[in-house]
Design a protein around this ligand. Structure first.
Ligand code: MN
Length: 321
């Protein structure tokens, strides 16, 4: 997905300074961002209270939306730099096209993993016909400096490894959990897992104490380390945990996001992650001039223009502000 916020601001993220070294329970409320005329997404990262969790730098939760009589998702071609995008669905499907020539329909609990490397462009749309409900999350992973200029690539995995316990099915989206590893390519120590719990389940999820974690609630009613989480909210958990207690009051869907704290300072603006304001300005110009980010073939519509860069200079703010 594209960051469709027309008032896109430059923000500095990353660095070790603001990582919480011990276990905490910090509730992050979503910011509601309109997406087209009839729908909105709930943005959990970057958040007023926190900008990154490990290398996870962007988290949008959307739906479930009834799109039976709607076009659904229609995100025209737009560029990315310096990151990976993870498309994760609970309902519906997304048709992905990109400038490497990929054409894929991503379905619930399949991994659509796009590595922008130095430059890629893509479009995302609800296919026609499509399922009645659309519900999912769009996540970005920052690429470390040593790998942020890799060749652009798209991976699609329809059969991810699953870890089960009574009442819990954990699908490993990225990285590894309890010995099961996702086939998705990663560039930093990271984990992403989809947690499906049935009503009444109590479980303890094994964690790595060197990682920081957060849990995104997607559906149902669940308590994470004793904190009730409403769908569309996220709980930041800090570092230093070896396990995470979960309890489901109803059937519930959660996403566990974690990783080693991201040491490098990064600059995020619109759909780009760079290291300097100059890089961001060059990327914006490269997209508007049309050559650098390749071409998405087959999308019925014009590409997205980049928003205007803010005139205010960058201010370093770190992982929290
Ligand atoms: Mn995108």
């Amino acid at each position: 997905m594209s960051n469709l916020d027309r008032q896109a601001t430059l923000s500095v993220c990353g660095g070790r300074g603001f990582v919480v070294a011990e276990p905490v329970r910090e509730l992050l409320s979503p910011r509601r961002v309109p997406l087209g005329e009839s729908t909105e997404v709930r943005r959990l990262l970057p958040n007023l209270g926190r900008r990154m969790v490990g290398a996870w730098a962007f988290v949008d939760h959307y739906g479930p939306d009834d799109i039976a009589d709607e076009p659904g998702m229609q995100v025209p071609p737009h560029p990315h730099m310096g990151l990976q995008t993870v498309s994760w669905l609970h309902d519906g499907e997304v048709l992905h096209r990109d400038s490497t020539g990929s054409l894929a329909t991503i379905r619930p609990r399949e991994l659509g993993l796009m590595t922008s490397g130095r430059a890629i462009s893509h479009s995302e749309e609800s296919p026609r016909p499509h399922a009645r409900f659309l519900h999912g999350a769009q996540l970005w992973v920052a690429l470390p400096d040593a790998h942020r200029h890799v060749e652009p690539d798209f991976e699609h995995y329809t059969d991810l490894p699953v870890v089960t316990a009574p009442g819990l099915t954990a699908t490993v989206v990225l990285g590894s959990l309890d010995g099961a590893a996702s086939p998705g390519t990663t560039y930093s120590p990271i984990v992403g897992a989809d947690l499906a719990l049935t009503r009444g389940t109590e479980a303890n999820l094994p964690l790595d104490p060197d990682f920081e974690y957060a849990v995104l609630a997607m559906s149902g009613e669940a308590h994470v380390d004793g904190v009730p989480l409403m769908p569309g909210s996220m709980l930041y958990l800090g570092c230093g945990r070896t396990e995470l207690p979960l309890r489901a009051e109803s059937d519930a869907g959660l996403m566990l996001l974690g990783g080693e704290p991201f040491e490098e300072e990064i600059i995020m603006w619109w759909n780009f992650i760079g290291r300097s304001q100059q890089e961001i300005e060059d990327a914006r110009r490269g997209w508007m001039e049309g050559a650098r980010f390749g071409e998405v073939k087959g999308y019925d519509g014009a590409p997205l223009p980049a928003p205007t860069l803010p005139l205010t200079p960058l201010k370093a703010r770190g992982r929290v502000r």
